[in-house]
Ligand binder design. Structure first.
Ligand SMILES: Cc1cc2nc3c(=O)[nH]c(=O)nc-3n(C[C@H](O)[C@H](O)[C@H](O)COP(=O)(O)OP(=O)(O)OC[C@H]3O[C@@H](n4cnc5c(N)ncnc54)[C@H](O)[C@@H]3O)c2cc1C
Length: 390
């Protein structure tokens, strides 16, 4: 798959392409079958210094923009969606630090160090009792002098057991309302994780996302400056929705690539004829192209506006990002379904080179990963007051 723009990261882009085809593709079926962490792929990303791609030059990184990071996730997802989701979630957390922590000496030093160490960051926003609403917390960070303690009962914590640090949402203090949240960086060595549920899911099995009870402590400078309301709207939501959309597109593109290979095989069997499946394949390309334009344009516009914090806090952006998330999470399984209709029984079989089972199962997670119904309800209330045309 060609990439149109490769400014700051030509070397990284080539590395991600090689990791996708040589490492992620090789281990994807085993990662899925065993619901195990894609350790080989993450190790390769670390070795190629892909994990620090978003770190700015003043902290020693290449300073890749969202468009470039999205391309990395899209490429990886064509071979292993779980690996791509790990990378996307890591970048969404890293963006909160690069964009909201750079003025803090502690986070600034951490950014410089992570370029060397290539830390992997996980996220803990979900919590038992908040029902999938990332913008409210029950748990609170407890400060005592320059130390903090924090406990959280999370419903879902992707690859937390494999991460070097976890960014945890919580109330700013024990007296704060549920929506007054901060983001705390909990280092793996400063916490215990008690697994509370299993992760035997239909898809995205390699993200290893069971529930965890977290108990942690640390220095108060590990609390990211500012309110989570700001880092969420200006960074975590734009990065996660755009990167997820890119990787869901990657899953669909991987499925369409298998269908195209199948159709070409049919064409070779009857030279000079166009197989009847070729037309359905052509229609899938139309949907794939529209889906790609949706996340590419959002990523480009975000890169152009990245410093305009007030605009990113506006309803226009919130609606656009929510629409992108809903549209792409719905389109991906539909396109995979279309690819399955093209391939037929060889796509339905698990042991065929044209198998599409993993693509299908992985793509189904998108609409649940922050429920589309929940997002649509937020859009509905914004649209009561937001009058600009989309
Ligand atoms: C692959 C994967 C990885 C994940 N990784 C992480 C992670 O690393 N860290 C983390 O914190 N979380 C993670 N999550 C959790 C995720 O982000 C959501 O918080 C969680 O999936 C929501 O769970 P839920 O569906 O039970 O909750 P809810 O959002 O409460 O949804 C429950 C039901 O209520 C419906 N519903 C909710 N609101 C409305 C409404 N307003 N109108 C109508 N119906 C509504 C939904 O459609 C759904 O049927 C992950 C999820 C997935 C799938």
């Amino acid at each position: 798959m060609k990439s149109p723009e490769v400014p700051a990261s030509a070397g990284l882009l080539a590395a991600v392409r090689a990791i996708a085809t040589q490492t992620a593709a090789r281990h994807a079926a085993d990662v899925d079958a065993k619901a195990r962490f894609p350790a080989e792929t993450v190790a390769a990303l670390r070795d190629a210094r892909v994990l620090s791609a978003a770190v700015a030059p003043e902290h020693g990184g290449p300073g890749c923009g969202l468009r470039e990071l999205a391309e990395f996730c899209a490429i990886l997802a064509q071979e292993c969606a779980s690996s791509a989701m790990v990378l996307a979630m890591h970048y969404s957390q890293l963006a909160c630090i690069t964009r909201h922590g750079a003025d803090s000496p502690w986070f600034s030093a951490w950014l410089r160090e992570t370029v060397q160490r290539q830390d992997l960051l996980a996220s803990m926003t979900s919590e038992n009792g908040t029902f999938g609403d990332t913008r409210s917390s029950i748990c609170a960070v407890q400060r005592d002098g320059d130390r903090f303690t924090l406990e959280k009962d999370a419903t879902t914590g992707s690859y937390c057991a494999h991460a070097d640090a976890i960014l945890v949402t919580c109330r700013r203090d024990a007296d704060a309302p549920a929506s007054e949240q901060v983001l705390v960086m909990v280092r793996r060595e400063d916490c215990t994780l008690q697994q509370t549920t299993s992760w035997d899911t239909l898809g995205m099995r390699g993200t290893c996302s069971p529930g965890f009870k977290l108990a942690s402590s640390g220095h108060v400078r590990q609390i990211l400056p500012g309110a989570f309301a700001d880092s969420s709207a200006q960074s975590m939501v734009p990065y996660s929705h755009i990167l997820w959309a890119a990787l869901w597109w990657g899953i669909a593109a991987g499925a369409v690539a298998r269908a195209a290979q199948f159709v070409r095989g049919q064409a070779r069997q009857k030279p000079g004829t166009v197989p009847p499946t070729a037309q359905a394949l052509a229609q899938l390309q139309v949907r794939l192209q529209a889906m790609k334009q949706n996340w590419v344009s959002a990523a480009r516009d975000f890169d152009a506006l990245a410093g305009e914090r007030d605009e990113l806090m506006g309803m226009g952006w919130a609606l656009r990002l929510n629409n992108l998330k809903i549209a792409c999470s719905e389109a991906a399984p539909q396109i995979v379904h279309g690819a399955l209709q093209v391939v037929g029984i060889l796509g339905y079989k698990n042991d065929s080179p044209f198998s599409l089972g993993r693509h299908y199962r992985d793509a189904l997670s998108g609409s649940l990963m922050i429920s589309n119904e929940r997002i649509a309800a937020k859009n509905a209330s914004m649209l009561l007051v937001y009058k600009d045309a989309a």
